[in-house]
Structures are given as C-alpha cells and as structure tokens.
Design a protein around this ligand. Sequence first.
Ligand code: FES
Length: 417
Amino acid sequence: MSIFTRAQRLSPGWLLLPLRVFLGVTFTFAGVQKLANPAFFRASNPGSIQAQLNAFAPRSPLHVILGIAAHQPILTGLVIALGELAVGIGTLLGLYSRLAAIGGLSISTLLFLSVSFHTNPYYTGSDIVFMFAWIPFVIIGSGGVLTMHNFLAARGHGEMNPSIAGVDFTTIRHACGNYDHGSCRAMDAAPCSMVKCPVINREVSVDDSNRASAIRKSSRYNSERRSFIVRAGGLGIAGGAALSVGGAGAILGRAIGASNSSANASDALASSTLSTQKPPSNPAPTSTTTTTSVTATSDSTSTPTTVVSSGVANPKGTVVGPASAVPLGKVASFVDPKSGQPAYVLHPKETDFVAFSAICPHAGCTVQYSVGNIFVCPCHGSQFDATNGDVIQGPAITGLTRIPIVEGTNGQLYADG
Ligand code: FES
C-alpha cells in the first residue's frame, strides 16, 4: 500500500519531481564541471570561456553583451559556473525554488541566444528545451514536495510554536479542580456550564487585554523569528552545499589537470601564439602529399593543406607561431588571424601540417581535440575526423573549415595565405 494518497501522487509537485531532479542534477553538474576544468578559464585554450564568447559573439543577437563579457572572461565564467551551481542545488533541495527556476530559465535563455541560436533544425539544440522545462517551476516552484524549506519550517514550528489541539468540554471538566459532580465550586456550586465556565469564559479585564496583546506580539515576534531562522538556515544549507560541491569539484578537477599537465611536460609552449594540446593516442597521417614546397590552398575538396616549407622565408599569410611549437604528433591551438576565431593546427607527419577552424559548423560551439584523433563538439556531440575535418557524427552536416597553413623557411607557420 502506498504511503501517499492518490491526490498527493497526482499533485503537480510530485508529477514534476523527475523533471526537477533532472534539471537540478544537470545544472549542478554543469557548474561543477566548469569550476573543475582549468582550461575553461585559460584564455589560450580553444575551449575556454573567452574563446567561446569570441566565437559566439559575431553570430548571436546578444553580440554586444557577449563582446563586453569577453573582456572579463574569468568573472563571466565564474558567474555562469556559480549561477548554474546555485540553480542546481536550490532546485534539488527545494530552497527558493521559484528563484532557482527563474535563474535556470535566465541561464538557458542566455545560452539559447548565444550558443544554439543558429542550430538547425532548432529542436536539435538542447537550450531551447531547457528553457521550456524551467517554466512549470517558475509558476509553481517545487509544489511543496520534498523541500528543505518545508523541512526547516516544520522544525522551527515544532520547536517554537506548539500546535493547538481542540479539547472537548467533558475533558476540561474532569481536569478542572473546581468541578464537583455537575456543579462548579468556583461559582458557588452553580450548575457546571461551558457558557458560564470561569476558566474558559472569563470576562476580559484590562490586564487580560494587555496580556493578550503581549501574547500576540510575542507570537508575531516568534513567527518572524521563525521565518528568519528558516530563511537563514536555508541560505546556510544552500551556500554550504554549493561551496562543498563546487570546492570539491574544483579541487579534484585541478588536481587531475595538474597531473595531466605534468605528464605532458614535453608539450611546453614554444610560442605565445600557439599552444599545444594532448597528443592523439594514435595519430594518423593526413595526406599523401609529399612535396616540400606547396602553396597553401583553401579548396575544401582537395587534400588538406599540407606543407613543410613554402620555399621562401616570408610566404603569404600571417605568422601564427613557430612550427617547432607543434612537435610531430601534437596538436596546437591558435587564433585564426583572418576570422579571429579559435583554430587548430596538427602535425601528423614529419612533412605535414594541417589546420582547421575550431568552430563547429552546426551551431558555432568550439570543438575540442580528443583521443582517437577526433574533434568533439561539447554542445550537441558532433564529431569530426582530425585528419581531414570531415563529419564522423552529426548533428553537424558539414565538416570543419580548413585553414591554409604554410611553414616558411624561417621555421614560422603562416596561416591564411
Ligand atoms: Fe551543435 Fe556543435 S554546435 S554539434
């Protein structure tokens, strides 16, 4: 037999509980994931908040706001991560549920207008779904179901304001010291009557009036105090939970990041422009071109741009960094001088360099280089072959844009020539 009545089970709060848990867990995880990822705050990384803001700004209706935010990337990243964490924990615990839902709706709307605004078809973007998922909680909050707020309020009520229970007159007579077999000693043995009972129907004197007023004041004071304690307790629990979860995630993530970076000490930057990424587990050759003097091409149907040397010290294009910053088998990120967008250059073979825009053609997120020699889009999961930029897995339907890249005889890499 269920411990809940049918009416309880069909109440909006219970019906929406699975969705509430999903949203709470997702936002908490998203906040922790950002705090735990050192690369998110490192401007040189293509997946950093700064790179993403720069990538989204030109195509977003919020381009002015994103442009301003890109000048304060650390602050923006922290606000987003902590905002997601607060929304997630508030939703899970049922603390300030409506406020948390308004926060969730705002963040989702912001992400929709910046990250998934150009997603096509529109329903493959998750942010628009999150936007609508928050709306029921903006309207009803948590519905009073499994909330820390109710728990704290009940505790405060039990401790500070004992509940009033109805007592029938027979019980009062038996408990009353003046009751004497149907007569009331306090009324000179007059018949005992609820209407004339001196205990429960005394005329209100001035003293009584003052006392009643004092009791009302005390009751109001207790109520306000209780409310304050509930709010303060709620804030304390939410803050403590956010700090614990966020702090633990950040420490763990940074510890892992630190060990990775020491493991990849050989990837040390050789340039302030290029920054190397983790090498592929199985780097594959990207081209059969063997020429040592090839002019870069932007023809996307041709073999990926592969060059050892242009044969001249200063070939066409813009220097993006020394070729030595991309050791054999490594990947480095750089900012494409032509578009100002993040890009990758790979060095899969002794004689080859290839470069791709890091902007996902699906909706403009910044792809990440990953094991298996692929680029993965964190937004909707598209995957691209790092050898040629082709789509391995949608929803993207076109590959990454190739960027012509040339190594000059001076050892520098020239892009967009
Ligand atoms: Fe949607 Fe990349 S932006 S898969």
